[in-house]
Design a protein around this ligand. Sequence first.
Ligand SMILES: Cc1cc2nc3c(=O)[nH]c(=O)nc-3n(C[C@H](O)[C@H](O)[C@H](O)COP(=O)(O)OP(=O)(O)OC[C@H]3O[C@@H](n4cnc5c(N)ncnc54)[C@H](O)[C@@H]3O)c2cc1C
Length: 394
Amino acid sequence: MSKTKEITTTQVTIVGGGLAGLASSIRLARKGIEVILVEKNTYPFHKVCGEYISNEALGYVKSLGVNPFDFGAVSLDRFWLTSPSGNKLELDLPLGGFGISRYTLDYELSKVAKKEGVKIWERTFVKEIQKNNELLMINDKLNEKTNNENTFLIKTSKGNIKSQIVIGSYGKRSNLDNKLQRNFSNKNFPYIGVKYHIKTDLIPSNVIALHNFWRGYCGISRIEDDKFCFCYLSHKDNLTDFKKVENIEKQLFTENPFLSKILKEAEFLYEKPEIINQISFSPKKLIEDDILMCGDSAGMITPLCGNGMAMALHSSKILSDLLLLYFENQINFNNLKSNYQKSWNKQFQLRLKAGRTVQHFFGGRTSSEFLVNTFKHVPAVARKVVSLTHGKEF
Ligand SMILES: Cc1cc2nc3c(=O)[nH]c(=O)nc-3n(C[C@H](O)[C@H](O)[C@H](O)COP(=O)(O)OP(=O)(O)OC[C@H]3O[C@@H](n4cnc5c(N)ncnc54)[C@H](O)[C@@H]3O)c2cc1C
């Protein structure tokens, strides 16, 4: 039998090894649960992300076995917001956060996961997930194995996996959304994301700056090794109009004096940026065909909130706590699903909604000007918006 025809059996399969997947895998493996994590890339690798993590996640990341400050993370506690005309607001961030690249953070977490016994299938692509695959069921019956809840067959580029539980932590957008016919997967995906690492002395090391340009905004903040992450979200119409990301930068960034100066004076460290397209912030279903979604696969907050990573980590904590109860036979699968849905809604539903609402004010010349002025004159409004889009330490 060729290797690709073999079926590997496990208790939990995690599809996607970003923060949600890695954190879940570590917590489950620590309690002796068999986990396979499938990731299409090989660690370490770069990812489009602003790389500012809200401090609400710091204690949890440390509890997983990675102290970001041991790997050069930088504290960030001040916020700058500018409109395309250069109107600027400055604000202290009450809880603050830290800056570290995904290249480093995901890599360090993957090392911990491997040490804890997680089997990581790197450079492996999940093609399809089938629940109660007929052949598996027949096979189980022949071998007199009882199947009290579900069995999943996960088809990957390196072979098939049979699993009792599947966590979908494959991020904002994947081939799997179409395969699972998720309700948002035929909707419009209006945004693209672009990331560079740069060196600059134009931004203080404790500042996260958010600069608006026409139909987009760019976040800049410090990460390890004296570098800054320079990451922007743009409406795809900019790409239609200007054809290439370099042209968007040349044509639209020059309007905002802060972005213009950075573009001229900073040292850009990649030859080419990391780019992702087809980003959408539409609501998603948390549980699809009994696959437990986690992180961005469950719902993605607009990046201007700087809170997607903390939410991905928080959802992994909620889900893995429930899965531990499930494997200790304290709750059944139906209880697990309903408790997960309840806790997730309580923690994140309002935040996602607030993020979507605030996003409307960004990227427009008049609307972002209005937002900066309102925040400047009534700082209580700015503080309220920050608190609505953030959670508490977990
Ligand atoms: C432009 C932009 C800027 C952002 N800035 C910030 C910020 O500053 N702060 C913040 O907190 N959040 C930010 N976010 C959001 C943040 O990046 C996400 O919320 C976070 O990465 C979610 O983590 P995750 O684990 O759910 O998904 P991801 O980190 O995306 O991980 C998913 C993984 O699944 C893998 N995968 C996908 N499909 C398959 C498949 N079929 N088979 C195998 N593997 C697969 C991918 O390779 C990936 O590694 C930003 C997002 C964007 C778009």
